[in-house]
Design a binder for this molecule. Structure first.
Ligand code: GDP
Ligand code: IMO
Ligand code: MG
Length: 427
């Protein structure tokens, strides 16, 4: 009954797509459990590069069944265009399963996301503008539209009416926008019904039966721990739970079924959108990390904010997710620095603090306390085992492991599937 959760340990973009794809060949199911097409997961297979937003990264492994769980929010137009894009490139997507309980990102949710951000002005979150927050808000407000509603026209009509009732008041009276017509939305949604029908399934049953049959199931998180609505840097977060517990609610499996939780951890730190980021760099080192690491958003094309590794955050990720392993990515990007600063603690209002403060004000005041680790200049992209790494790179990894609270079981030394050093098996 091996059930693994694979999630981001920082603010997203840690390399989850690559890590999931790497495991895809040895797992039976890859399940997305939260988020939507705000995610941008890059997978490099040979000379082919794929950017996935909604589909689980396991879709690229022929033996693997990709599943979109109940906790995901689904924009049908994005899903269908992602499927046809992969089909055109010869990828078989016919095994995909889509939960009938997943909520649909409607056109009005996307509109509300955009106008809300505009209205917030300087206080904006810097969302991806994909309608994620408003769709989860509708879910919690019990006016959401689910995939299964596409198959009952009269229920769909009633639900869209209920959802637009208040929204149209807000759009017209507060934001000075035109009202959205119920009929038009219903017509557009009904158009997706037949196209999505082959994939719709009772995914909770499928996943639990698979676990009973001793199949290997991998739960792939979107975003990252610090973007979690409960455990992240609220309000500068996404509107779902990427942390490990989210896999249980977002896929319908009990916590007793989860055997391993793997945190994907970049060898430095990046963040997209607004919000606090203690180790952020505004100098040429930040520029160099961005350039060498190719740190540009896969979804919105925005430059990612870059900074040094933050061990306080890594320890926090270990705690809130119960991490059993880390997959350290992008170690190769750090090649060439004579010394590499690592944040080991914060200084907050003159006091040294070892753990992430729960108070938003304190976190905004946190200044990194750095320890300098010696760098390396040798090309490490061809390293196949830990002993192939130069001594200083080995020591950097060991130091991070010691500070972060869980074993580093794999190391990424390049974007490709085979550019990975496996130290402990994940299965
Ligand atoms: P995700 O959202 O967590 O899946 O990560 P993204 O795909 O948004 O960003 C990670 C980027 O780093 C992608 O361009 C990957 O191809 C790339 N990548 C992943 N692992 C490594 C690695 O070990 N080394 C290098 N150089 N690039 C990597
Ligand atoms: P992956 O899966 C990095 C950020 C946005 C914004 C905040 C809220 O590729 O790691 P949202 O549209 O979710 O309401 O935006 O969350 N964000 C991400 N940052 N990687 C992601 O996904 C992200 N998904 C959302 O930039 O700050
Ligand atoms: Mg990404």
């Amino acid at each position: 009954m091996p059930a693994l959760v694979l999630l981001g340990a920082q603010w997203g973009d840690e390399g989850k797509g690559k890590a999931t794809d790497l495991l895809g060949g040895s797992v039976d199911y890859v399940v997305r459990y939260q988020g939507g097409n705000n995610a941008g997961h890059t997978v490099v297979v040979g000379d082919q590069k794929y950017a996935l937003h909604l589909l689980p990264s396991g879709i690229l492994s022929p033996g693997c069944t990709p599943v979109i769980g109940n906790g995901v929010v689904v924009d049908p137009s994005v899903l269908l265009s992602e499927l046809s894009g992969l089909n055109e490139r010869g990828v078989d997507t016919s095994k995909l399963l889509l939960s009938g309980n997943a909520h649909i990102i409607t056109p009005y949710n996307v509109t509300v996301d955009k106008v809300t951000e505009r209205f917030l002005g300087k206080r904006k979150i810097g969302t991806t503008g994909r309608g994620i927050g408003p769709t989860y808000a509708d879910k919690i407000n019990r006016v959401g539209i689910r995939v299964q509603d596409l198959y009952d026209e009269s229920i769909l009509m009633q639900k869209v009416e209920a959802a637009l009732d208040v929204k149209n008041q807000i759009l017209t009276k507060l934001y000075n926008r035109r009202a959205i017509a119920v009929d038009q939305v219903v017509e557009e949604l009904l158009d997706y019904a037949d196209k999505l029908a082959p994939y719709v399934a009772d995914t909770v049953l499928v996943i639990n039966e698979a676990l009973e049959e001793d199949k290997v199931v991998l739960f792939e998180g979107g975003q990252g721990t610090l973007l979690d609505i409960d455990h992240g840097t609220y309000p500068f977060v996404t509107s779902s739970n990427p942390t490990a517990g989210g896999a249980c609610t977002g896929a319908g499996v009990g916590p007793t079924k989860i055997s391993r939780v793997i945190g994907i951890l970049k060898a430095y730190t990046t963040r997209v959108g607004a919000g606090p980021f203690p180790t952020e760099l505004f100098d040429e080192d930040g520029e160099a990390l961005r350039r060498i690491g190719g740190e540009r958003g896969v979804t919105t094309g925005r430059d990612r904010r870059c900074g040094w590794f933050d061990a306080v955050i890594a320890r926090y990720a270990t705690r809130v997710n119960g991490l059993t392993d880390f997959f350290l990515t992008k170690l190769d990007v750090l090649t060439g620095w004579e010394q590499i600063p690592v944040c080991v603690a914060y200084e907050i209002d003159g006091k040294r603090v070892e753990e992430l403060p729960y108070s938003q004000t304190d976190f905004h005041h946190a200044k990194p306390v750095y320890e300098m680790l010696p760098g390396w200049s040798e090309d490490i992209s061809k390293a196949k085992s830990f002993s192939d790494l130069p001594k200083n790179a080995q020591d950097y990894v060991k130091a991070l492991e010691e500070m972060s609270g869980a074993p580093i079981s794999a190391i990424g030394v390049g974007p490709g599937r085979d550019e990975t050093i496996q130290i402990n098996s994940f299965l």
